[in-house]
Design a protein around this ligand. Structure first.
Ligand code: TPP
Ligand code: MG
Length: 395
């Protein structure tokens, strides 16, 4: 199957037309609401082409930082999947093929902004400052894990960088993001914003519609990002919605809605930056659809070959890889060469290996810690249960 036949280009329902009526990609932002929600903003095309005019605004340092962030996701995911297969961690969900959407969007955030992830945005947290050691501690569920081993793996959180723990119940986190932004608004718009993520499957949940409606009416400084990876476990986009695009749903709620190529890190950065700056100015919410593809399985517990045509996946893996596209851009600009990229990857592999070794050596949380944090002051009943459990453990 050719790429032209693949879901992104000829979708049954969710793809929409690749509509970019103006010369420069940046004129996209001056389009009508419908043009923005039905079009597909890109800077570096699938074949690696870009216009000099469009990339003028992308500083070298930022482009390299985004590339490193994407490489971090790729390397960490690869190692974590290997660990899961070796039985050293229990579960993992990759973001393979979605690194541009994850990191390009995080690159538009300021340190004081808040981030509310869905399933695949740990890499956004890492880019935003969540320490990798903390992330790994959470995956191992060891004594260094701030959630004391009580969450499933891939549910990190970090108070220092305003990274809120993922709520596993699909779409509940969209409400949390809107609520946090509403709090910012009530505090008087101090130039902060909140970004909230979801998947394409999440847009079929009632919470999505409640959150968008509330955001449209109350105008909090929120940016809601849908990573449309065209699958929700085994449900394809064509069974998810009859809407022409996912972005266009936002217009019904009076929310400006943008749509970009989610495998083009620079396009993702630009749409998110536009929306984040708007939010910080107090000019209201934005909904963004990032069109990408879930190259990996849904999680380490899933086998997609049982329900989808993996030849399409192969096309995305080999011809639409976001890291290769970004590297092509950096190489064309003379900012990085292939040898330099390989050296960065080797150095990252080494760093990740060392951090894994350190975290694997940290003991598990104590049995006693199970009773922490239930009440501010433990009740007599809880004390009794703790004593009983510890006595049993000793015997
Ligand atoms: C309310 C709810 N229903 C079902 C599930 C089980 N579940 C977990 S992830 C998922 C699919 C999510 O798909 P999508 O929103 O597209 O995100 P993706 O996994 O593709 O990133 C489902 C159905 C859940 N966690 N919560
Ligand atoms: Mg999905």
């Amino acid at each position: 199957m050719s790429l032209e036949d693949s879901p992104a280009d000829a979708p049954e329902n969710t793809g929409g037309a690749a509509l970019n009526p103006k010369n420069s990609a940046f004129n996209y932002f001056e389009g009508s609401p419908e043009e923005k929600a039905l079009g597909l903003f890109s800077i570096v095309g699938a074949e690696g082409s870009f216009s000099e005019e469009d990339v003028q605004r992308i500083p070298r340092e930022l482009a390299l930082r985004i590339y490193d962030g994407m490489l971090t996701v790729r390397v960490v995911d690869r190692r974590m999947m290997a660990l899961q297969r070796q039985g050293r961690i229990s579960f993992y969900g990759e973001a393979l093929g979605q690194e541009a959407a994850v990191v390009g969007s995080a690159a538009a955030l300021n340190a004081e902004d808040w981030l509310v992830p869905a399933l695949r945005e740990a890499g956004a947290g890492l880019y935003h400052g969540l320490p990798l050691a903390k992330y790994l501690a959470q995956i191992f569920g060891n004594a260094a894990d701030v959630t004391k081993g009580r969450q499933m793996p891939c549910h990190p959180c970090d108070r220092d960088t305003n990274y809120v723990v993922m709520s596993s119940v699909v779409s509940t986190q969209i409400m949390h993001a809107v609520g946090i932004a509403m709090g910012m608004k009530l505090q008087g718009h101090s130039g902060r914003m909140c970004i909230g993520y979801m998947g394409d499957g999440g847009t079929s949940e009632p919470d999505f519609h409640t959150a968008l409606n509330f955001a449209g009416v109350m105008q909090p400084p929120v940016v809601l990002v849908c990573q449309n990876n065209q699958w929700a476990i085994s449900t394809p986009g064509s069974s998810q919605t009859a809407s022409q695009t996912i972005a266009v749903k936002g217009l019904g709620y009076g929310v400006e809605s943008l749509r970009a190529d989610g495998n083009d890190a620079l396009a993702v950065y630009e749409v998110t930056r536009y929306a984040a700056e708007k939010a910080r100015r107090g000019d209201g919410p934005t909904f963004i659809e990032l069109l990408t593809y879930r190259v990996s399985a849904h999680s380490s517990s899933d086998d997609p070959s049982r329900y989808r045509d993996e030849s399409i996946t192969l096309e995305w893996r080999e011809r639409r890889d976001p890291l290769q596209r970004m590297l092509g851009f950096l190489t064309a600009q003379g900012w990085l060469d292939v040898a330099g990229a390989a050296a960065r990857e080797v150095a990252l592999e080494e760093k990740v290996r060392e951090l894994i070794q350190a975290q694997e050596g940290v003991p598990m949380p104590s049995l006693e810690s199970l009773f922490d944090d239930v009440f501010e002051a433990p009740t007599w009943l809880l004390d009794e249960q703790r004593e009983s459990l510890l006595a049993e453990d000793r015997s």
